[in-house]
Design a protein around this ligand. Structure first.
Ligand SMILES: [Zn+2]
Ligand SMILES: [Zn+2]
Length: 329
């Protein structure tokens, strides 16, 4: 694996074209390993260094995309195509995306191979005419071998330092990030969710600012969204922090808090973990009304103590956030 730079390049420091931190290539080491992870996946460690998750890379995503083209994704059945099912809209989108990603990968594999004068060759492979025994785990390419996206992904991951040495390495980073996001939208088509209310100021009403307040829907990984009413574009991060500010002053029940956290763009983890965490780790600010108060408590025959405990616990946003963040960060 070699980064192909002149000696002059090597000594001259520069900024990472992605995060602007100091680096000697065009991507810093952190961004380089992020690209590597996007390509072939990455292990996720907790603070103690234990592996807690595996974040799949683009090969895994491309495989799921291929399944979705054949109508197999998440069907839970044998994965057979339903009789009579023709090409669905999703299939067309999946096929087009698959082709586009393949083209991007081959542009980059070609470019890196040229600049480094290392011919592209799938890892652990030999040409069809290779004579001799193969090392364990190697393969002989068939005479009609056509380069696959997965082979290019593995090769680019193996040559990630050379990718980082390309002046437009940031474009590759962006292209891979977008590719994963686009595949996810096809294989896991979440319906748009409410991201926030439009904060555009449209006038003043007796000293108070009047805002557009139209609901803005989108996907959680969108960076910007346009209000359908006033056409103003808002950063999703801004919408989230405005929502968080609104929620801060309110006391919410556990299930209201679950929705509020999502509206504020907080990573909550699974629903069951969230509720367990809330019940065991967060002290409720107070106990309030709700339909559970009263009737079913009086049966116990006890007075206010029982009543208080069975009133709905109400939580404050910041209290929940403080407990949640170390668990989901
Ligand atoms: Zn960087
Ligand atoms: Zn608006």
């Amino acid at each position: 694996m070699g980064a192909c730079m002149s000696d002059e390049d090597k000594v001259r420091g520069r900024q990472c074209t992605h995060c602007r931190s100091h680096t000697r290539l065009y991507l810093c080491n952190d961004c380089g390993s992020a690209v590597h992870g996007l390509l072939v996946g990455a292990l996720v460690h907790d603070l103690q260094g234990r592996v807690v998750n595996i974040e799949p890379g683009i090969i895994w995503h491309l495989n799921r995309l291929a399944e979705s083209q054949w109508g197999q994704a998440r069907s839970g059945s044998s994965g057979k195509k339903q009789p009579g099912s023709t090409v669905l809209l999703g299939d067309v989108r999946a096929a087009a995306l698959d082709r586009r990603i393949h083209d991007t990968l081959s542009q980059w594999a070609t470019k890196v191979a040229e600049h480094c004068a290392v011919p592209f060759m799938p890892l652990r492979s030999v040409a069809a005419h290779f004579i001799g025994p193969l090392p364990a785990g190697w393969r002989r390419l068939p005479p009609d071998y056509r380069v696959s996206s997965a082979d290019m992904v593995r090769w680019l991951a193996d040559h990630v330092t050379a990718v980082m040495a390309e002046p437009d390495a940031n474009e590759f980073y962006d292209a891979m990030t977008t590719a994963v996001a686009e595949i996810r939208r096809i294989i896991d088509p979440a319906s748009p969710v409410l991201i926030g209310l439009c904060p555009t100021v449209i006038g003043a009403d007796g000293g108070r600012l009047a805002r557009c307040s139209a609901p803005i829907y989108g996907q959680r990984d969108d960076a910007y969204l346009r209000c359908r009413r006033c056409r103003q574009v808002h950063a999703v991060a801004d919408l989230y922090s405005l929502t968080a500010d609104r929620i801060r002053g309110e006391l919410l029940s556990a299930s209201q808090m679950w929705h509020a956290m999502h509206l504020a763009g907080v990573r909550t983890g699974s629903r069951s973990t969230f509720f367990k965490l809330l019940a065991t780790r967060v002290t409720p600010h107070s106990y309030g009304g709700g339909q559970h108060q009263g009737s079913d408590t009086d049966r116990s025959g006890d007075g206010s103590c029982e009543r208080r405990r069975s009133g709905r616990p109400l939580y404050r946003y910041d209290d929940v956030l403080a407990v949640l963040q170390p668990h989901t960060a």
